[in-house]
Write a protein that binds this ligand. Sequence first.
Ligand code: MG
Length: 374
Amino acid sequence: MDGVLAPYAVHGSTSRGRLHAEPPAATRSDFQRDRDRIVHSTAFRRLEYKTQVFVNHEGDLFRTRLTHSLEVAQIARALARSLCANEDLVEAIALAHDLGHTPFGHAGQDALNDCMRPYGGFEHNLQSLRVVDELEERYAAFNGLNLCFETREGILKHCSADHARRLGEIGERFLLRRQPSIEAQIANLADEIAYDNHDIDDGLRSGLLTLAQLDEVPVFARHAQTVRAEYPGIGERRMIHETVRRMINALAVDLIDESRRRIGEAAPASVDDVRDAPPLVAFSPPVRAEEDALKRFLRDHLYRHYQVMRMTEKARRIVRELFEAFIDEPRLLPTDHRQRVEHDGPRAIADYVAGMTDRYAMKEHRRLFAAGEI
Ligand code: MG
């Protein structure tokens, strides 16, 4: 496998290894093993019932964090192959990148962050690392999944200086202002390609966005026009899919071209060179500008749509009320979580609430607050 990798890619043979030393697997590379551990984790299965933008029960065809993570992994692997980077590693990072998400997407994370402010805050990215480092209970010999340094580095996309100082080796790059591996950079932008485009698709499907609105967004309009010209009379649903498909493809092609150019210029000969160079995986400036315009559009018309705002406000309230109920009276917590609170204090409550799926959080909220329900 290492034979086809560029010198700047992460090679299994030079990995910084795991927190707890383990003998290598007989039939898999270290990063395949990480990927498998992630897929078999409890947190991964919960992603099926966690929201991206639309709450899970609103429709069976909307993305969830699970399908989102699979889409990110697919895009990331394709990019990695073109850039001669480590596909197994990008796949592991992509599948794990959202493991720490609270129920109800960003609304849930913001509410939990507010609740945890006096106790060090809550950040979904850090929580993803906490899940794989500490919270999973699947191995006899250690807590967490004991993933390789490079997988953990990719999961921790951003981090405040305060947190970085407490995290030791894994937090170092934020203090030294270094970049992560090329694989981490790829997974990060694959995430962006995936969610911007599927939010268009889900937004249209939900009826919260209209085609007329999207035709005002230059990047969508350009691809849609080509599709309409090539296939006059094409049905609307098919036209949308074809347009979104072409947008994803165009972003991937641009990213590969621009990244190759940057790699050529910086000529990194090792992972350490990648870490010291400016970001090597990037869109070209005009495509970056179009992506940013698309993001602004989605923020103004989808994420701040009144129907989405109603949902996110309700989500915020549910998360806040759950947290407050448990912090006021830890005896309301299931036994094992109550025991954790004795050790870890409010952080254990945040872990419990963050681990909930959307529907579990709603059920738990009803159990605690609805008259006539226990
Ligand atoms: Mg994501």
